[in-house]
Write a protein of this length. Sequence first.
Length: 604
Amino acid sequence: MSMVDQQHIRNFSIIAHIDHGKTTLSDRLLEMTGTISERERREQLLDAMDLERERGITIKSKAVRMHYTARDGQTYQFNLIDTPGHVDFGFEVGRALAAGEGAILVVDASQGIEAQTLANVYLALENDLTIIPVLNKIDLPGADPDHVAMEIEQVLGLPAEDVLRVSAKQGVGIDALLEAIVERIPPPHGQHDRPLRALIFDSHYDPYKGVIAYVRIVDGALPVGARLRMLGTGAEADALEVGAFRPQMTPLDLLDTGEVGYVATGLKQIGECQVGDTITLASMPAEIALPGYRPAKPMVFAGLYPVDTNAYTDLRDALEKLKLNDAALSFVPEKSAALGFGFRCGFLGLLHMEIVRERLEREYGLDLLITAPSVEYQVLLSNGDVITVDNPADMPDAGRIESIEEPIMLITIITPTRYIGSIMELVTGKRGVFESMEHLDPQRVALKYKIPLSEIVVDFYDQLKSRTQGYASLDYTLAGYQPADLVKLDILVNGQPVDALSLIVHRDFAYAQGRALVERLRKLIPRQMFEVPIQAAIGSKVIARETIRAMRKDVLAKCYGGDVTRKRKLLEKQKEGKKRMKMVGSVEIPQEAFMAVLSLNADT
Ligand SMILES: Nc1nc2c(ncn2[C@@H]2O[C@H](COP(=O)(O)OP(=O)(O)OP(=O)(O)O)[C@@H](O)[C@H]2O)c(=O)[nH]1
C-alpha cells in the first residue's frame, strides 16, 4: 500500500483562453515527467475524444497523475486536472478548479489577455487558488513577453516578475515551470484521521464498471472494496476499483488524503452518483458534505427529434447516457404537432448544442432533427400566474399575456481599439446597451454591454469574429431578466402553422424577420407537386408571404401509365436522398428549414 505524504502532492489545473496552448502544455508536462512518451505526446493524448481532435478543442476535463523528482531530491505526485477553454464550458472549468489548490494560467505571448483569460482568473480567485502565470508561445516572432507580462500585472494584479516564459511547442522553460509548481502551489491539507470525504468533480459511464466517479480525496482514505455512500443522494455502492489516470486508468489499493483519482462504483443509475456530491464510507460516514457545485444552468433550448419516429426510445437512452458525461445537459420529453415525439433539451450555449447533437449521431448512430434554439422567457399571465417558456410554440396567446421578461447577459469584449466602432454598431443593432470601456493598454480595450441572450445565441460570436478579423474575444454571464416587447411569430406552410418553426421576436424587428424568414424558407423547402404558400403571422395577422411554385409535371409523368416498379424505385431513391426531411401535413420540410433562423442575419 503506497502512502504519500500530503506535503508531496500538488493538485492543479491549467486555465487559458481558447488556443493559447493549454493542451500542448499539458502534454509537455506529461512528457517531461515520463508519464507519456514523446511519440504519445505527438498524438495529442489529452484530446482523446475524436470530436475534440477534429475541432481542436478540449471538451471534457480529465485528471492525470504524474511523478516529478524536484531539485530538492524529493519526488512529488502532481495531479493535473485539465479544463475546457470555450466560453460554453465555464461550468466545467469551475468544477475542475475546486478539486485543486493551484492553477497555471496560460497566456499567449503574442495575443495577450483575452476575454476567457479574465473569466478563468476570476473563477480561480473565487476558489482561492494560487495562480502561476505563464506566457506561452515565446518562440513566435510576434511574441512580446515583456509587454504581456506588464499587462498581466496591470489587469490581473499578478506581479510581472512572477510570470514564467515558456514555449510549450519547443519545450522551452518547462523545467522552471515544474519547479514553480512544487514551490508555489500549496500542498493539500486534509485530515487523514477523519472519516472519508471525497469530492466528485466529474464522472463517466462504463458499461462494465458502471459509473466511474473522478474524485478528490479531501479527508480520510478510499480503499478498494470499501462500501461507499453518497452523502447527497444516500445511494450506496462498492468501490469495485480505485485508481489514478496515468493517463490510462491504473488500479491502486487506495486513494489517500489529498490525492486525485477515480472510483468505479458499479452504479447503473446516473442520478445516484452526481457530480458535486460527497462520497463517504458506509461503515464510518462523515457527517457534513463538502460544499457542492452550483448546478449548471442551461441557457439555450432546442427540440431534438428522431428522423425515424421509431427511434424515440433509442434517443431517450442515448440522452440518459450522455448526461452522465455531461452534467450540464438537460432534457424533457416534448411533442410537436409537426415533428411528433422528441425531447426539449437545454444547453449551455450553441457550441454545446452542436457537440451534443454530433455525439448523439456519431456515438449512438441516431439521425436527428434539431429545431431552432430558443432562450427561456418568464411570462406574466393576465390571471397573475408566472410561467417559464423555453419553446416558442408554448407561448400563450397574446390576449392572455400581461408581460414577457427575457434573459439579459453582461458581455465582455476584448478588442483592439480600431474595431470599437464596428462592434458598437453590431451590438446596438442587437438591442445591446453600453455599460463601460476600460483600456488594457493604448491599443486594446475591454468593452462591457448588456444585451438580450436571444440576440447573441444565434450568430453573434461569428459576426464579432468576422468584423474584427478574429481579434476580438467574448465572454458572458447572466445579468438577470428584463421586460421586453416580444411577440410570437408563427410560420404557416400550406396554410398550416408549423409549431417547430415558431419564433419569439422583438416587435420592432418582427416584420423584417418575418419577411427574411419566409424568403429563406422558400429557397430551402423543395418544390412539391402543388403550389405551397409560406406565411409569417403574428396572431391571426399575416405579415409576409412567399409561394413555392409547383414542380413541373413531367418529372414523374414519364412513369405514369408505365412501369409501376420503376416509379416506386424512383420515389425510394428520392427518399434516401432526403433523409433529414419531415412530412408536415402534405409538405416535406428539410432540416435546414428548421435552422433557417440561424442564417437570417446574413440576409437582412
Ligand atoms: N508557436 C507555438 N505554437 C504553440 C505553442 N503552444 C501551442 N501552440 C499552438 O497553438 C495552437 C493551440 O494549442 P492547444 O494546445 O490546442 O490550445 P488549447 O488552449 O489547449 O486549446 P483548447 O483546448 O481548444 O482550449 C496549436 O496549433 C498549437 O500547436 C508554442 O509554444 N509555440
